[in-house]
Design a protein around this ligand. Structure first.
Ligand code: MTE
Ligand code: MO
Length: 379
């Protein structure tokens, strides 16, 4: 009896493991960097008890978060090329079968879905379009673990194929059927490399001034008032009237001890200037010369213990960025300021007038603007 032969699918000669494995290496590196830097950013914003993030050097977070966004964007063209290279195989029958086959198919399905979700939501988030406010950070974080798990299974199952494909030069690997294939493998690899480079350049200019003009994907590559981009304006935050009220006072509270400072009183305290970046989670960053009162000096006015965490409350009531908590090591840092001026001018309303928090080596989202209240969290 003759078993009917299932016809082999017709692949373009450029498709197959030779390309998929080669594109997989830079894609894997990009995903690994993206995962680690993302985890770091998550821990800084939601610190586990054992986690300590240093205040110095001041530029570490701007580099790690810049890398997070650049590697995420670079992964997009690489993933597209890899999917193209394996596309006909994704639908090979049988879908199930042995345990290994189920693990292979299942992990690929989950991996592809999760990676597309991560890259798409990340990209939309960078463009400052937040249709999901509360849902983005938690889901993006949870999905990162799904990617990691599925990737581990995928690599384990595919290791023999990857090893074989990488051990032989491109030219020695027999083309897979279809004589009329028009795209060469080298051309595909060059396209992947150029796609990745273009993606990197389109984002990196947000942080690297020399690349600013090519940063076509960077939503905030331009400048804002006082040479620093603005994330959320005073108008959008709805704080204009209160922030410009002549009767404004900043409340500083330590236990039952509470004091109010007018802006003039804050200006009368010793002023410190520090060069610190705003490093947004969206990947852009910009340095500024901030002048204001050292937080630890302000707390000393109330004889407050500088070894506690401190909470910052904004005049802004509507958004989710109106409150932040600063850990004790940053509270003590000499360059953690209640900023009153930026680049030699009184703080612009959009940068947080009458005063804002600026602390070294922190995500921009925690640099609370339009301060209303500072509370020492006594333990
Ligand atoms: N009250 C308040 N503070 C805020 C924000 C906000 O929306 N509301 N945005 C944060 C974010 S996400 C960033 S990146 C920085 C940007 O500061 P800038 O607009 O002065 O550049 O402010 C932070 N402080
Ligand atoms: Mo931000």
């Amino acid at each position: 009896m003759v078993t009917p032969k299932i016809p082999e699918p017709q692949f373009s000669s450029a498709r197959g493991p030779a390309i998929a494995s080669r594109v997989g290496i830079p894609l894997g590196v990009a995903v690994a960097i993206c995962f680690c830097t993302g985890l770091l950013s998550h821990w800084i914003q939601h610190p586990p008890t054992w986690f300590v993030w240093p205040a110095h050097p001041v530029w570490v977070y701007r580099v790690t978060q810049g890398l997070h966004v650049v590697t995420g964007v670079v992964a997009i063209p690489l993933l597209l090329v890899k999917l193209w290279a394996v596309y006909p195989r994704l639908f090979l029958r049988p879908l199930a079968g042995s345990i290994v086959r189920i693990a292979e198919r299942g992990s690929i399905a989950i991996l592809v879905g999760a990676i597309i979700f991560q890259l798409a939501t990340g990209l939309i988030n960078i463009s400052q379009f937040y249709p999901w406010k509360f849902f983005f950070t938690t889901t993006h974080y949870a999905m990162a673990w799904v990617v990691l798990g599925a990737l581990a299974v995928h690599l384990a199952v595919k290791l023999p194929v990857i090893r074989d494909a990488l051990s032989r030069p491109l030219s020695e690997q027999a083309p897979e059927a279809e004589a009329g294939a028009r795209i060469g493998r080298r051309a595909v690899l060059v396209a992947a490399a150029l796609g990745g480079l273009a993606a990197a350049l389109s984002m990196a200019g947000q942080t690297v001034p020399a690349l600013r003009r090519v940063a076509v994907l960077a939503p905030r590559s331009g400048t804002g008032p006082q040479g620093v981009p603005v994330n959320r304006s005073a108008e959008k935050a709805g704080v204009g009237p209160e922030a410009t009220d002549p009767d404004y006072t900043l409340v500083v509270a330590a236990g039952t001890n509470e004091r109010r400072f007018t802006r003039a009183e804050l200006l009368a305290l010793p002023q410190t200037t520090a060069e610190l970046p705003i490093a947004c989670v969206e990947g852009w960053s910009a340095s500024g010369n901030w002048t204001g009162v050292r937080l630890r000096d302000l707390l000393a006015e109330l004889d407050a213990d500088p070894d506690n965490d401190v909470r910052f409350v904004s005049l802004e009531r509507t958004g989710i960025y109106g409150v932040s908590v600063l850990p004790a090591p940053h509270v003590r840092a000499a360059d953690t300021l209640i900023a009153l001026a930026l680049n030699g001018e009184p703080l612009d309303l959009d940068h947080g007038y009458p005063c804002r928090l600026i602390a070294p080596n922190r995500p921009g989202v925690l640099q609370t603007k339009w301060l209303e209240r500072i509370e020492v969290l006594e333990t």
